[in-house]
Design a protein around this ligand. Structure first.
Ligand code: UD1
Ligand code: UDP
Length: 362
């Protein structure tokens, strides 16, 4: 075990899934890791279930900061993470993706001159109204080691002048692919979700909605729900509902006709992905997972960071209007793109990241 210690900042569901792969790789090659959980996601089904299923090391520090405005949440997280960095004195701070927890971890570290490692760097939607786009741009710029999942991500950084900066950029592949490959067999033998939902052997569509730009705009949210209602008239639609969306459906009295369930654990999700006919989503992670499971994806947004999926014919951008969503679904299920393409690496992204971090710290 090396003397170096990495402090990993986690907070939201997609980060637990990404961290599962990297923490395992750290263990394998002997890198010490301490985890801080900001508390951004806190329901059992949005947080603990992932630590339990994937045996992610328990956080050493928990900040319990959630359900605040962007500024309040990020500010309080920076303050808490700064205190922990001063106490732990890590060699580097690692952050994942593009949430407020990502930005807070990166800002707290860089101000204390601790190198920042950003996993899933270089992604861009070019929509500055998305909180995630702001978080990504700032986090990338203040990171020392940037792990890019795709060639497009590297190109985005080059276009922003990164060849003139001192940060190191590495194409690692996508750690979400590592996680999906590693757990899919275990998931199939350990969940009963298809039976529980009476979906065994049946054709169904899997959908998720949680993006702020969709949930917080009643016209968009109603349009998406109506689009899913149209599809549900043909094929059952199952939606594990993010708490944000549940609250917004209730407050705007939008009543879906399709089946909404609580958020599911990652193993249930893998089984649903494997069994479904198609995926409709505004999630970043789910767009890639649809590809991993060779399923057509209809994205309920105007743009995506994962442009290679659209270019390859795996993903159709449908926005929020019901007729467009239904039309994109019909087009998607009739398409047969080549799913054998290597877009996200070979499932060894986390090991590449761990090896590179070891080298960087030596
Ligand atoms: C956050 C990320 C988003 C990511 C998503 C993954 C930011 C800016 N956004 O969005 O990029 O795609 O996580 O799911 O960081 N809530 C609960 N229980 C929970 C978690 C959240 O009730 O366990 C509620 C909160 O009280 C809040 C709302 O959901 O009212 C939104 O939570 P928040 O963490 O602010 O943003 P997300 O929409 O989850
Ligand atoms: N996910 C899950 N249960 C759910 C919904 C999503 O396990 O009920 C997983 C999903 O398979 C993917 C990740 O959570 O691995 C994506 O998270 P989310 O959509 O919340 O965030 P995003 O990727 O958009 O940031």
């Amino acid at each position: 075990m090396s003397d170096h210690k990495i402090l990993t900042v986690l907070g939201a569901r997609p980060q637990f899934i990404k961290a599962a792969a990297v923490s395992r790789a750290f263990k394998r090659i002997g890198i010490r890791e301490i985890i801080v959980h900001t508390g951004q996601h806190f329901d059992e089904k949005m947080s603990d279930v992932f630590f339990r299923e994937m045996e992610i090391p328990q956080p050493t520090h928990r900040l319990e900061i959630h359900s605040l405005s962007h500024g309040a949440m990020t500010g309080r997280m920076i303050e808490g993470i700064e205190r922990i960095i001063l106490q732990e004195n890590p060699s580097a701070v690692m952050v994942f993706g593009d949430t407020n927890s990502t930005l807070a971890g990166a800002l707290a570290a860089v101000k204390l001159h601790i190198p920042v490692i950003h996993v899933e760097a270089g992604l861009r939607s070019f929509n500055m109204k998305m909180p995630e786009e702001i978080n990504r741009i700032v986090t990338d710029r203040i990171s020392s080691l940037l792990f890019c999942p795709t060639e497009t991500a590297i190109q985005n950084l080059m276009n922003e002048g990164y060849s003139h900066f001192s940060s190191k950029i590495v194409r690692s592949g996508d750690v979400m692919y590592d996680t999906a490959l590693y757990y899919v067999q275990k998931a199939k033998t350990s969940t009963s979700i298809l039976k529980d939902l009476n979906l065994s052997g049946k054709t169904f569509v899997l959908a998720t909605i949680h993006r702020q730009e969709n949930t917080d705009n009643p016209e968009r949210l109603a349009g998406i729900v109506n689009g899913l209602n149209l599809i549900h008239a043909e094929i059952p639609v199952i939606v594990p509902l993010h708490p944000r969306t549940r609250k917004m459906l209730q407050s705007h009295t939008i009543v879906p006709k399709f089946q909404c369930i609580d958020p599911v654990g990652y193993f249930d999700m893998l089984v649903l992905l494997d069994a479904c006919r198609a995926v409709l989503t505004d999630s970043g992670g789910l767009q890639k997972e649809a590809f991993f499971f060779k399923k057509p994806c209809i994205t309920l947004r105007e743009e995506t960071e994962w442009v290679e999926l659209v270019e390859g014919g795996y993903n159709i951008l449908a926005g929020w209007q019901s007729d467009r969503i239904a039309a994109a679904f019909h087009k998607g299920v009739q398409s047969s793109p080549d799913f054998e393409k290597d877009l996200y690496g070979k499932g060894d992204a986390a090991l590449r990241i761990a090896d590179e971090i070891k080298l960087y710290l030596s």
